[in-house]
Each structure stands twice: as structure tokens, then as C-alpha cells.
Design a binder for this molecule. Structure first.
Ligand SMILES: Nc1ncnc2c1ncn2[C@@H]1O[C@H](COP(=O)(O)OP(=O)(O)OP(=O)(O)O)[C@@H](O)[C@H]1O
Ligand SMILES: [Mg+2]
Length: 242
């Protein structure tokens, strides 16, 4: 039975798409068969991040309107076992068709990762299978923390399966008082912590090949999160080692 991870955030630009790519690559590296779906209709980006834009012909809206899934799936040469279904540039997706599609598709893969747009429009979330894990990504800045807590509240109306990821984590900024500490963020979101991803100033400029270098700090953080998502009971690393 495939498992669904829905990646969400209140505030935009916190790193959801980067995180979705990171955990998808990490899960694929565990030899799991992974489908990553870009849910950001109008503002798709994962085809660019995974460097397959030139192969993109059909998107999720086409699939919901009858195109064969196989014709729309983009396999990622640099990462065996990772497959992408792109978002549509110009068509919104129908929630009912989407939910039916997910039910038909989830068991074809070990993991399906949904990279949602920011915000609290929950139309495409509510009817996902009950064991879907909702992952809210936030950064340690006050606006992002407040928005994550609003988001977590909304998700709690229909799911207890919620986790929070703190992205762009910087111990230096906690120590000098610029960022909230981890406990404050967990308390405010009332959500279990799934993991921390360090701030990496090079992140915006990395190519796909550079992103999957196993020794980078962010890759190691994604890998630890992926292992937790696979059911491993992996403790948090010492903050100074993240
Ligand atoms: N751990 C990190 N350290 C530093 N920069 C990061 C990190 N994660 C993501 N970024 C950068 O933050 C910016 C926003 O990332 P991304 O597009 O993944 O956010 P998003 O939440 O998906 O945005 P949107 O809400 O527009 O969909 C990008 O420039 C990305 O490279
Ligand atoms: Mg995004």
C-alpha cells in the first residue's frame, strides 16, 4: 500500500518545493518507487528543479481529463525510482477528479509526495486517504511560524496525522535571538516535529546533481527525515551538528 505525504505551508516561499524534491530524492535513494506531484497550478516549478522541462508534454490536468498517466510521467535520469507529474500552467484541477485519481494511483508507488501551493485553500487536501501525512514546512521567522500554526489548526479539522518541518534552521540565529527556538515553534504549531533542515546559502543556485550530493548538510537532513517517514525512530541530532 503506497503512502502519501502532503507538503503544505501557510506562508509562501518557505521551501516546500525544495523540501519535496529533497525528500523525494532521499526516498528514491532507499530504492522506493516515488511519485512526486506538483500541485501548484499556474506556478509549476518542479520540472525546472528536476531539470526535465524539455521533456514535459502532459500535466496533471491532462491526466485528470483522460490522458494516460504513463504518457505524463517524467522519469528523472539522475535519480532512478523518482517520477514527476507536473502541474498545469493554465488549468485548475477538479478536486473530485483529483481525489479519485489519487485513490487509483497511490498503490502503484511506494510513496506519493504532493507539493501543494502555500495557503489555506484546503479543497484538494480534505478528502485524501486518512493515513496521508500532512507536513507543514515553516521557517523560524515570526510570520512563518504564525502562518504554520494557522495551517496546522486547519489541518487538525480533518487529520491528526500532522508534522512540522523547520526549514532554513540556523543555530546562530537562535543564539543571537533573531530566530525563535525549536520549542517555541513546536508549541505554537501544536504539531509534532518531523525534522530540521539547515539554512544553506547556496541552495538557490544548486543544480540537481549538486543537490543530490550525499555529503551535503541539507541532503543529510532530508535523508534523516525520509527515514523517519519510513517509520524509523531516529532521534534529533544535536543542534550544533545539523
Ligand atoms: N534549507 C534552505 N536553505 C536556504 N535556502 C533555501 C532552503 N530551502 C529552500 N531555500 C530557498 O528558498 C527559496 C524558496 O524555496 P521554494 O521555492 O522551495 O519555496 P516554496 O515554499 O515552495 O515557495 P512557494 O510558496 O512559492 O511554492 C528558494 O530560493 C530556495 O532555494
Ligand atoms: Mg513551491
Amino acid at each position: 500500500m503506497g503512502k502519501i505525504f502532503a507538503v503544505t505551508s501557510g506562508k509562501g516561499g518557505v521551501g516546500k518545493s525544495t523540501f519535496s524534491v529533497g525528500i523525494s530524492i532521499s526516498l528514491a535513494h532507499t530504492k522506493s518507487n516515488v511519485l512526486l506531484i506538483d500541485m501548484d497550478s499556474g506556478l509549476r516549478c518542479l520540472d525546472l528543479m528536476l531539470e526535465v522541462s524539455d521533456k514535459l508534454v502532459f500535466d496533471i490536468a491532462d491526466v485528470l481529463n483522460g490522458t494516460e498517466l504513463e504518457s505524463a510521467i517524467l522519469s528523472i535520469d539522475a535519480v532512478p525510482n523518482l517520477n514527476l507529474l507536473a502541474a498545469s500552467y493554465d488549468k485548475n484541477i477538479d478536486s473530485e477528479k483529483f481525489n479519485q485519481f489519487i485513490l487509483n494511483t497511490v498503490d502503484l508507488y511506494d510513496y506519493v509526495i504532493l507539493d501543494f501551493p502555500a495557503g489555506i485553500d484546503l479543497a484538494n487536501y480534505k478528502n485524501l486517504p486518512t493515513d496521508t501525512v500532512f507536513i507543514t514546512v515553516c521557517t523560524p521567522d515570526p510570520v512563518s511560524i504564525r502562518d504554520a500554526s494557522v495551517m496546522a489548526n486547519k489541518i487538525s479539522e480533518f487529520s491528526d496525522n500532522r508534522r512540522i518541518v523547520i526549514n532554513k534552521f540556523s543555530l546562530k540565529n537562535i543564539k543571537n535571538g533573531k530566530n525563535a527556538n525549536i520549542d517555541e515553534i513546536i508549541d505554537s504549531s501544536q504539531t509534532r516535529l518531523l525534522g530540521l533542515v539547515p539554512f544553506d546559502e547556496n541552495m538557490p543556485h544548486l543544480t540537481l546533481k549538486q543537490r543530490i550530493r550525499p555529503f551535503s548538510r541539507t541532503y543529510k537532513a532530508y535523508m534523516r527525515i525520509a527515514r523517519r517517514l519510513c517509520g524509523e525512530n531516529l532521534p534529533l541530532k544535536k543542534l550544533s551538528k545539523i
